[in-house]
Design a protein around this ligand. Structure first.
Ligand code: Z5A
Ligand code: MG
Length: 225
């Protein structure tokens, strides 16, 4: 990939109902306004959202049926499908970044590891096994982890409709996310207090994103390389 000015790869992670989708939309709008104000080529998108899983692809449709409990799959198989869903989007991620478009992704490889590895007390899905298929994916320049207590998230709309939306699952998922954050390191993994109101969460995110948006001359790296 070119080392010329490129787009920035930002990921928003967090537990269910932590406000990820709300903040992805707000951040894309904010980057779009900031870059449109700053340049004369106002019509080119400078930021786009991506969502994982991408339920529109053939693999994504299998994942969707699994999450809605319309189908059952072996835990290893569904883990690899989630990962394959990222690998099938990896060329698009690289192309967008190379064209100067910033990506704001709603979940990524870290959700993949956290939701599968939380099953490991009962199954052979160790942290390292879950991490392995994610190694080498385009690495986010910055991941914002929206931190909210599972009991607060539960009070928000829509909780409890899908497979993993149970408080004990979310508590274990949060522990795996903490381990991932330690591995990724504080320069690329930032915890945001997502128990605050939407505007305050959005401002905290923006303050962390602005310096990263200016740092567009280093090459895109790969996860855990
Ligand atoms: N999964 C996996 O197992 N492996 C993988 O590799 C990947 C995912 C990528 C589907 O995820 C499931 O797939 C998920 C992980 C697993 N499992 N579970 N459970 P999804 O991303 O498609 O899930 P979703 O349907 O989008 O829900 P969500 O992501 O949990 O919600 P959210 O995006 O974090 O929150 P939101 O939609 O922005 O907000 C939720 C509600 O809270 C809504 O009514 C908002 O208006 C409200 N809200 C938002 N912010 C606030 C604040 N600050 N205060 C108060 N209320 C708020
Ligand atoms: Mg969401």
């Amino acid at each position: 990939m070119s080392s010329l000015a490129r787009g920035v790869f930002i990921v928003i992670e967090g537990l269910d109902r932590s406000g990820k989708s709300t903040q992805v939309a707000r951040l894309v709008d904010r980057i779009q306004s900031a870059t449109t104000d700053a340049s004369s080529s106002g019509s080119t998108p400078r930021a786009v959202p991506l969502k994982f899983p991408d339920r529109t692809t053939a693999i994504g449709k299998m994942i969707d049926a699994y999450l809605r409990s319309e189908s059952d799959l072996d835990d290893h198989a569904i883990h690899l499908l989630f990962s394959a869903n990222r690998w099938e989007l990896a060329p698009k991620i690289e192309a967008l970044l190379a064209s100067g478009t910033t990506i704001v992704a709603d979940r990524y490889a870290f959700s993949g590891i956290a939701f599968s590895a939380q099953k490991s007390p009962h199954l052979n899905l160790t942290f390292e096994w879950c991490k392995a298929p994610e190694i080498g994916l385009p690495a986010p320049d910055l991941t914002l982890f929206l931190d909210v207590k599972p009991e607060i998230a539960m009070q928000r709309g829509g909780y409890g409709e899908e497979r993993y939306e149970k408080q004990e699952v979310q508590t274990r998922v949060r522990q795996v996310f903490e381990r991932i954050g330690e591995e990724i390191g504080a320069d690329r993994w930032v915890v945001i207090d997502a128990g605050q109101d939407r505007d305050k969460v959005g401002d905290d995110i923006w303050n962390r994103v602005v310096p990263v948006l200016r740092d567009t001359h280093k090459p895109v790296t790969r996860l855990w390389h």
